[in-house]
Design a protein. Structure first.
Length: 502
């Protein structure tokens, strides 16, 4: 659920009136925050705690106490004074508890520095005062010049939690952990660069009611759309994926798409290519991929496919065949890359399509399909999906999935290392693999499967960066495909990746 700051405040007030204490909620939040730090940085290191006098500061201090108890070295950076003679102040109590713990030995060289941003919470509006602004600048300096990993608590300090507009001084976080629920400002277009990776610590004792029907794509809500496999399953039951991809000069797109389909769980993957490319791709593709030369793509209408992905690196020489398949193929079709370019100007085909269609444009391809004209990304995507009665996955740092008469879904996983060629080709293959395995007949299932594919690729990118000698600048699309197994495991963990209850 996505809620406004006022809706969150009302829900917390109702919880207090029912007997839940603020101390209990703060400790629940702190446990989740500490678990987030451990998830991304398992080895204890150095933790810099920036805090204010409000509950956001109390969350940061309580989380720091838990981290100190398991070996993290803690340094305090107050952004406001907390009087020591206020026994009812939760931040003051947690600060004293933090200081009472014995200090662990300093971390060995090379360990991570984590910054907890607990300066300003969801009650903030306007511009930070000078002391807070100075603390915000210091946080950003630690991130930009010292390599610190910044975790914002509930909202990056300086960001309007309702509108998502950053103040002139605003923390740029690597990740933001929402407390209780994601606030509206965290998914605004203007907030993406300061929010970073989005996570959530639930507060089960707080009953939420929000007017916004949109939802973040967290693992715990996605896993139900891909049940565990039966023990007696065989390859034919895992789905037959067809791929139309690759052309002279762009064979890599076909390879990455096929690898994504394989790692995404498809039982059988067949790459249909121009005859001139068949030998090259037969030698270059993984051995599990079948490569077939096909001069006339309309022959796919008689193939026993459970899903088709069409377009990565395919060129436009077969534009008419792309349009025929989009209209007539009975199985679900993932329309990507050059197939999207072919579709531009022929969007009426989507309403006459013989099966489910998932369009996966990046912003440039989306502009060719439908000019943005000043709309937000959410308005842009939902308007297109409603007008053309199709499911759309709009790629970006906060990938959006829109479908007719359905809630908009925001993907939350991933990292800046995914800003490289081939990522979309891999994603298209994973989309097709999930469609082939589940064989959705109801269009209501399609946006959830698309969101699942986006989440898995984003989580695989995160897993890839946890390996030694990795960095965002060195991440490859093939790295993402090769870490999809870890992403699938995370999807089904007892405590899914974004909801930490310990």
């Amino acid at each position: 659920m996505i809620v406004t700051p006022q809706e969150m405040a009302d829900a917390e007030q109702a919880a207090f009136e029912s007997g839940i204490t603020a101390d209990f909620l703060m400790y629940s939040a702190a446990r989740g925050i500490a678990a987030v730090v451990q998830e991304f940085h398992p080895a204890p290191g150095r933790c810099l705690v920036f805090y204010g006098r409000g509950n956001n500061g109390g969350d940061a201090l309580a989380a720091a106490t838990l981290l100190k108890a398991i070996g993290w070295t803690i340094e305090e950076y107050p952004g406001a004074d907390i009087p020591a003679d206020t026994p009812n102040s939760l931040p003051a109590r947690h600060r004293e508890a933090l200081r009472a713990l014995p200090s662990p030995p300093p971390p060995p060289p090379g360990r991570t520095t984590v910054v907890l941003d607990g300066l300003l919470g969801i009650g903030f509006h306007g511009q930070p005062r000078e002391r807070m602004a100075e603390a915000i600048r210091l946080i950003n300096a630690f991130r930009n010049h010292r390599g610190a990993w910044v975790l914002a608590l509930d909202v990056p300090s300086g960001l309007n939690p309702e509108t998502g507009v950053p103040a002139s001084e605003c923390v740029r976080a690597d990740a933001t952990v929402a407390i209780g629920a994601v606030k509206t400002g965290l998914v605004a277009d203007t907030a993406t660069d300061v929010v970073g990776r989005l996570l959530c610590v639930p507060l089960p004792q707080v009953t939420l009611q929000g007017r916004d029907t949109a939802m973040p794509a967290f693992a715990e809500t996605l896993t139900r759309h891909l049940p565990p496999r039966s023990f007696d399953l065989h390859k034919g039951q895992c789905g037959r994926v067809g791929i139309v991809a690759g052309s002279t000069g762009f064979p890599g797109a076909a390879r990455l798409c096929a690898l994504g389909a394989l790692r995404g769980g498809a039982g059988l993957v067949t790459l249909f290519v121009e005859p001139a490319l068949a030998d090259v791709l037969s030698a270059a593709c993984p051995p599990e991929v079948m490569v077939r030369a096909m001069s006339d793509l309309r022959g796919l209408l008689s193939e026993p496919l459970d899903a088709l992905v069409m377009g990565p690196g395919a060129g436009l020489s077969r534009r008419d065949a792309f349009l025929t398949l989009i209209r007539d193929l009975p199985c679900p079709v993932v329309v990507d890359a050059d197939a999207l370019t072919a579709l531009a100007g022929h969007l009426a085909l989507l309403r006459r399509a013989n099966g489910l269609r998932l369009l996966t444009p990046h912003p440039g391809e989306m502009e060719r399909l439908s000019p943005r004209e000043g709309r937000s990304r959410r308005e842009w995507a939902t308007g297109f999906a409603e007008t053309h009665r199709t499911t759309l996955l709009l790629k970006g740092a906060r990938t959006l999935i829109a479908a007719p008469d359905a809630p908009t879904i925001f993907n939350v996983s991933g990292n800046p290392g995914m800003a490289g060629g081939g990522m979309g080709d891999t994603l298209a293959g994973v989309c097709a693999a999930l469609l082939a395995q589940t064989r959705p007949r109801n269009p209501e299932n399609l946006p959830h499967l698309a969101a699942l594919a986006a989440w898995l690729c984003g989580r695989a990118a995160e897993r890839a960066l946890q390996t030694p000698h990795s960095a965002p600048e060195s991440l490859l699309a093939s790295d993402v495909a090769n870490h999809l197994g870890s992403a699938f495991r995370d999807l089904r963990r007892d405590f899914p990746n974004e909801h930490f209850q310990i």
